[in-house]
Design a protein around this ligand. Structure first.
Ligand code: ZN
Length: 80
C-alpha cells in the first residue's frame, strides 16, 4: 500500500505509523460516551477514516480515508 503525504508526495506505507480510527471526541459531561470512545472499537469492512503519522518522513499527522477490503485510498489530508 502507498500513501500520498500532502507534504512529501507518494510514499511506501512502511514510512507511516498507524494510530487508529479518527473518532469524534464526545462531549465532556457524557461518561457513557467516553467509555465507548476509550474502550470500544468497530472493526469495519469497508470505508474508514484513520490517524497516520509520517514517522520516516515529515512528521505530519494525517487523516487517511481508505477501504479496508479493497485497500483503495480515497484521500489523505493533514490533521488540524
Ligand atoms: Zn510527509
Amino acid at each position: 500500500m502507498r500513501l500520498t503525504c500532502p507534504l512529501c508526495g507518494e510514499r511506501d506505507r512502511r514510512e507511516f505509523y498507524y494510530q487508529g480510527a479518527a473518532l469524534e471526541r464526545p462531549e465532556a459531561d457524557d461518561p457513557a460516551a467516553w467509555d465507548s470512545y476509550v474502550h470500544l472499537r468497530e472493526n469495519p469492512a469497508g470505508r474508514v477514516r484513520d490517524w497516520w503519522f509520517h514517522e520516516a518522513g515529515c512528521g505530519a499527522w494525517l487523516i487517511v480515508e481508505r477501504d479496508t477490503v479493497t485497500h483503495e485510498i480515497y484521500g489523505v489530508e493533514l490533521a488540524e
